[in-house]
Design a protein around this ligand. Structure first.
Ligand code: HEM
Length: 397
């Protein structure tokens, strides 16, 4: 692939801020997206196992609906969090993203419907299980497979986007233009590794779940202990599987001796020790976040190296500094985002820790955070729309 073709596909307007910032935000937000993809797939998969045990096992009677609920919420969060890396990737790697979306255009349409059908089926599964213990097995399995398929499609877009040398062959195999939009590429070790991470993630989730419930009197000690042991088993086995598949992927792409790879392997070993001993699963989760960021960085490094090798370096992307919009974005992201999320998390934490009904209006911290969030959102709307109107009228009048 000639670098001039790639460079010609860039946005002629340039980008509004330094590329390294978009790159860092891509790494961060993709890790967040992946965290909820893995929690969704892991809790969903385990809940299906639970539906087979739920009728006769008192522990699974409690655990199964909670896992179903976790998967249901995680899907909605993963969808919201998927948008962020999508935006950042199309800012700095627009040639890759748009070419992949054109070559696999039909799969992009199919992806949307796959997600819709998969999530609707999940709700069906949720209600069927709520109505009858052990209910919704088949629909749960189908929903799980449909959502895994959505992940495989995402994987196709990511892999196709980093194959610029092959694009011409995909576009016109043997010189005949193929407009079907059905281009499909897979890198099996990469996919298997990424999806396998769902196993340790649900294991660590179970350890957290058990730790969180340990202060509640309405959950028996026996149940809390059972979940912790189950989490340790699933987490440890899952980490070994993920470590092996990660090494196979790294050998395949030739990054085994890269410092990032070595740091990831060390991180996984530390995680294995922490999961096995289960002293404090909240700290284990902190280490998991670091490992997730390392994995996200490796994905980016692979793409960055492929692209610089072809003469496309994101750091050379023309920058057309636009301070007002970047300031607005960062203030929205940091101030509104953080306070809003802190409000929701504090409330969720306190609801879960309270026996009986939690009244947020009687809680000082929740009320204060709620008021701040409302106040900031109101100011944000005034500034956002006011500013938009001023810019619009300045341009057209
Ligand atoms: C159940 C639904 C989904 C699953 C299971 C899923 C899973 C995945 C997986 C496994 C990857 C990594 C692929 C790879 O690197 O090989 C990925 C990447 C990604 N996903 Fe998702 N995803 C889902 C939905 C979404 C949605 C709804 C969005 C956007 C709104 C999204 C945005 C992204 C983006 C931007 C990437 C990175 C692509 C790249 O680097 O080229 N995903 N997803």
């Amino acid at each position: 692939m000639d670098a001039s073709v790639l460079l010609a596909l860039r946005d002629p307007a340039g980008i509004p801020f330094y590329p390294v910032v978009f790159q860092a935000l891509y790494i961060l937000t993709w890790a967040l997206h992946a965290a909820f993809v893995l929690l969704a797939l892991g809790s969903m998969g385990l809940s299906i196992y639970g539906t087979f045990k739920q009728k006769d096992d008192s522990h699974w009677k409690i655990l199964t609906p909670h896992l179903i609920q976790t998967g249901k919420l995680s899907i909605s969060i993963l969808i919201v969090l998927g948008v962020a890396p999508l935006l950042f990737t199309q800012v700095i790697y627009d040639p890759n993203w748009y070419v992949a979306n054109t070559l696999s255009g039909m799969w992009v349409f199919i992806f949307i419907y796959t997600l819709l059908v998969g999530y609707i089926l999940y709700y069906w599964y949720y209600y069927a299980n709520k109505a009858k213990e052990g209910g919704g097995k088949l629909v749960g399995i189908v929903s799980f497979l449909v959502l895994v398929f959505a992940g495989i499609l995402m994987h196709n877009f990511a892999v196709t986007s980093i194959m610029p040398n092959e694009w011409m062959n995909m576009y016109a195999p043997n010189g005949v233009v193929d407009t079907s939009g059905l281009t499909f590429n897979m890198d099996i070790p990469r996919l298997v590794f990424l999806v396998s991470l769902a196993i340790p993630v649900v294991g660590i989730f179970l350890q957290n779940y058990s730790r969180f419930l340990s202060t509640r009197e309405d959950f028996s000690e026996d149940f809390v202990k059972y979940c912790a042991i189950l989490g340790t088993k699933i987490g440890a086995v899952g980490l070994v599987i993920s470590a092996v598949t990660f090494i196979i992927w790294m050998i395949e792409v030739g990054y085994l001796m890269n410092p990032l790879t070595i740091a990831t392997i060390i991180g996984v070993l530390i995680l294995l020790y922490m999961v096995y001993t289960n002293v404090n699963s909240y700290i284990t989760t902190g280490v998991l976040v670091v490992v997730a960021l390392l994995i996200s960085s490796i994905r980016e490094l692979i793409r960055f190296d492929i692209m610089t090798g072809l003469g496309y370096n994101i750091y050379d992307y023309p920058v057309n500094l636009e301070l007002p919009s970047i300031t607005m974005f960062l203030l929205t992201f940091v101030i509104m985002g953080f306070i809003g999320v802190a409000y929701l998390l504090t409330m969720a934490w306190k609801v879960g820790k309270t026996q009986g009904v939690f009244d947020g209006s009687k809680d000082k911290a929740v009320t204060r955070l709620g008021n701040y969030t409302l106040f900031i959102m109101s100011i944000w709307m005034v500034i956002y729309f006011g500013w938009g109107m001023v810019t619009l009228f300045k341009n057209i009048l």
